[in-house]
Ligand binder design. Structure first.
Ligand SMILES: [Zn+2]
Length: 257
């Protein structure tokens, strides 16, 4: 679309188009009186001044960008290959001021980062060692408590267990003369009892008697359970029935309920 009035300057130079708006009438008059040589020299001086001003502006901007930006943003750049036009500009002039602190700062940051990473790794390793040591300490203390408990149980129920075993031997020797072995009924107030009607004990009561052995473990229970397999009592009266109950109580203890 044609701009209204624009035709006015067609073919004729508009004075305003060549004059700086800030120039005063006096200055315009002064310039009009200059010789060609003076005009050339003034124009050259003006260009120089403008270039210097631009250069100063660029230098300021460059200095800010190098010192104030995040280190990570500057990292991909290398010292040897600056990308900014202003850097190239200053490298080629006497005003060039390559910042000697920059490389030092970068080296310092790298050293600091490496130290932080080393510290973090040492901390992680330390925690691993500590947790392993803590785990072993916990196991050791559990085992110590277990041993203590075994000794107390052995003292308290040792006679009951020995009697229980003696009765088993006697029953196998003569099942007519000797009754089927039954652990003592200590009385149990727990809720999850597996009660054996014929034996008249729950699995907790069997456990107490067995703890009298001083060797109470799952592995030991499995061996002990084998002694009560109903097949071993096949021809011995109500042996199989009672042995079946006993076997089930052992089973429950092994399952850890
Ligand atoms: Zn019980």
């Amino acid at each position: 679309m044609k701009v209204p009035g624009s035709h006015r300057f067609k073919g004729a130079k508009a004075p305003e188009a060549y004059a700086e708006t800030s120039i005063s009438p006096e200055e315009r008059q002064r310039r009009a009186n200059l010789t060609d040589k003076d005009k050339t020299e003034e124009a050259r001086a003006a260009r120089k001044a403008a270039a210097k001003k631009r250069a100063e502006t660029w230098w300021t901007a460059d200095a800010i960008s190098d010192s104030d930006l995040e280190p990570e943003l500057l990292e991909p750049k290398t010292e040897e290959a600056p990308t900014g036009a202003s850097r190239k500009f200053f490298r080629d002039t006497s005003e060039s001021k390559p910042d000697p602190n920059q490389a030092r700062k970068r080296a310092k940051r790298a050293t600091k980062r490496a130290a932080q990473q080393a510290n973090a790794k040492a901390e992680r390793d330390g925690e691993k060692r500590e947790s392993h040591a803590a785990y072993q300490a916990r196991l050791a203390s559990q085992w110590a408590r277990y041993q203590e408990q075994q000794m107390r149980d052995h003292k308290k129920y040792g006679v009951d267990y020995a009697t229980f075993h003696d009765e088993l031997k006697a029953f196998h020797a003569d099942h007519i003369a000797n009754p089927f072995p039954k652990p003592p009924s200590y009385g149990c107030h727990r809720k999850d009892c597996m009660y054996a009607e014929q034996l008249e004990i729950c699995h907790h009561e069997l456990e107490l008697c067995l703890r009298g052995s001083g060797r109470y473990t799952v592995e030991w229970l499995k061996k002990e359970r084998a002694l009560w397999h109903p097949d071993k009592f096949a021809t011995k009266g109500d042996g199989p029935l009672l042995a079946n109950e006993m076997f089930k109580l052992f089973q429950r203890l092994i399952e850890g309920a």
